[in-house]
Design a protein around this ligand. Structure first.
Ligand code: BES
Ligand code: MN
Ligand code: ZN
Length: 503
């Protein structure tokens, strides 16, 4: 699909569907007035006749023009707000998603959005482009029949043609591409997306995007004594990988001296639970257990293109958690990369194990300097769904400023997060008779125990943990997120990196 910006007036624009946002407190709007006039006052009269409050937030009024306008249909969409405050980026994204949805339903080929009512061109254009592309991203399927034809063009009118608008649009395109890339990896079956496959995907990014990429296989992991990631992977014929991607800003700049940010993703390509086997209903969804790793890969893609002035290192701890004949067992004691020993009580608490090695490795700087900040992203606990539901991710961390920046970046991206406490009093519940600690808590506060376990491996580096188990996958479609993998976290992580680069 092609997205373009034009200067055409709303009442002159030829398209199948023109989406016009209506702000609650704005009495007279140039686009609405022009369209109403051109329709011979029929547009607003019709809405009134149908008793339609077009200013109500969320209301959608679709008007069929009968040749009096070059646009075949007009959709008036209530976006709320008042005369003074501009709608948020999330409101624009949702408007874009709604527009795509309306267009699809009436089999339109050419959709348009009027942004004449926006006073912040870059934010509005960026968000609409993001929303349209995210809503349009097709799920790759193995269906033997093809779907219906798709939208061909999306035209944005009423936005100023400034450099800032172009930059916002370009940023949104990169973010949407990277999010779609993450979604595709998550939606793909685990028979295709193995740890080795993720390694190959990273290698391809080295060629395409000029990132430095290193993929550690079983031999290197053994040499480095990464006992946790090796143990989790040993029950599968698909051997584990620790993937590293590094983006370096221009040499000699302030950004190059600023200290790196490390992003660490859980890349369990399939989580059967291992010998602590999951019941079928819980297992059928576990190809998505590499969503954190996919978010890091996606973020690194966008970062390589957006070139923020700060070093960023991405790590994906990837293994397949299977109950094969050589599988690790409950009761086994692992020696992690940090030297700390862990007694495995539940082989299904595998995410924290692979992340323990990856975080400890990232904290040392993986052979280079220690990072300034670390953030891990993981589908870590089912308990986070109980705590926060399906729209909010859990966040924990050792550094209030980092947690705050992350939550802010999430708000900006439309990916809400809520902080859970790392309760020191709970730590003794992870005491083990035979090792430094065990890999589960006492059956309460599941998500917090996940965070507390990981904290043991960050070696003093300011760190935050994102539990995305509940949000990584959408069982039903949202305004700009189709059913399936969300690509959750890509845009927040990039936003966080951009913030850090600006400080
Ligand atoms: N991958 C799961 C968490 C998960 C559950 C992700 C549902 C997506 C949807 C994780 O590895 C896991 O099994 N966690 C256990 C931890 C427990 C054994 C301490 C859980 O949440 O039950
Ligand atoms: Mn598990
Ligand atoms: Zn898991």
């Amino acid at each position: 699909m092609e997205i373009r910006r034009e200067k055409t007036a709303p009442d002159r624009l030829r398209c199948d569907l023109l989406v016009v946002p209506v702000r609650a407190g704005v009495r007279s709007a140039a686009d609405l007035d022009a369209l109403d006039r051109a329709s011979g006052d029929r547009l607003l009269r019709e809405a009134k006749k149908r008793r339609h409050d077009i200013r109500k937030r969320g209301s959608v009024f679709v008007y069929q023009s009968h040749g009096e306008l070059p646009a075949e249909q007009i959709a008036l969409v209530g976006v709320g707000g008042d005369a003074k405050s501009e709608p948020s980026k999330e409101v624009w994204r949702r408007l874009a998603g709604q527009g795509v949805d309306l267009a699809r339903r009436s089999r339109c080929k050419n959709v348009a959005f009027s942004l004449m009512q926006s006073t912040n061109g870059p934010a509005a254009v960026g968000a609409v482009v993001e929303g349209v592309l995210l809503a349009m991203h097709p799920v790759r399927t193995y269906k033997s029949t093809r779907g219906a034809g798709e939208l061909a063009t999306c035209t944005i009118i009423g936005a100023p043609a400034t450099k800032a608008v172009s930059e916002a649009e370009a940023r949104s395109r990169h973010l949407a591409e990277a999010t779609g890339f993450a979604r595709d990896l998550i939606n793909e079956p685990a028979a295709v997306v193995t740890p080795a496959h993720l390694g190959q995907v990273a290698q391809k990014m080295k060629k395409e995007l000029g990132l430095a990429v290193r993929v550690l296989g079983k031999r290197e992991l053994t040499r480095l004594k990464m006992g946790a990631i090796l143990a989790v992977g040993q029950g599968s014929v698909n051997e584990p990988r620790l993937i590293e991607l590094v983006y370096t800003p221009k040499r000699g700049t302030r950004g190059a001296r600023r200290g790196a940010i490390a992003l660490v993703g859980k890349g369990i390509t399939f989580d059967s639970g291992g010998l602590s086997l999951k019941p079928p209903g819980n297992m059928e969804i576990q190809k998505r257990d590499m969503a954190g790793g996919a978010a890091v890969l996606g973020a690194m893609r966008a970062i390589a293109r957006l070139k923020p002035n700060i070093e960023v290192r991405g790590y994906i701890a990837s293994a397949e958690n299977m109950p094969g004949g050589n599988a690790y067992r409950p009761g086994d004691v692992l020696t992690t990369y940090s030297g700390r020993t862990v007694e495995v009580l539940n082989t299904d608490a595998e995410g924290r194990l692979v992340l323990a090695d990856a975080l400890a490795w990232a904290a040392t700087g993986a052979g280079s300097s220690r990072p300034r900040w670390m953030v891990d992203v993981a589908t870590l606990t089912g308990a986070v769904t109980v705590a926060l539901g399906r729209t909010i991710a859990g966040v924990m961390g050792t550094e209030p400023a980092l947690v705050e920046q992350l939550i802010e970046a999430g708000r900006d991206a439309g990916e809400p997060m809520w902080e859970l406490p790392l309760v020191d009093e709970y730590v003794p519940a992870m005491d083990s008779l035979v090792a430094d600690m065990k890999n589960v808590g006492d059956g309460t506060a599941g998500s917090i125990f996940g965070g507390l376990f990981l904290r043991e491996f960050v070696a003093g580096v300011p760190w935050a943990h994102l539990d995305i188990a509940a949000v990584a996958y959408a069982d039903k479609a949202h305004p700009y997120v189709p059913r399936g993998a969300v690509g959750w976290g890509v845009r927040s992580l990039v936003g966080l990196v951009e913030r850090a680069a600006r400080r």
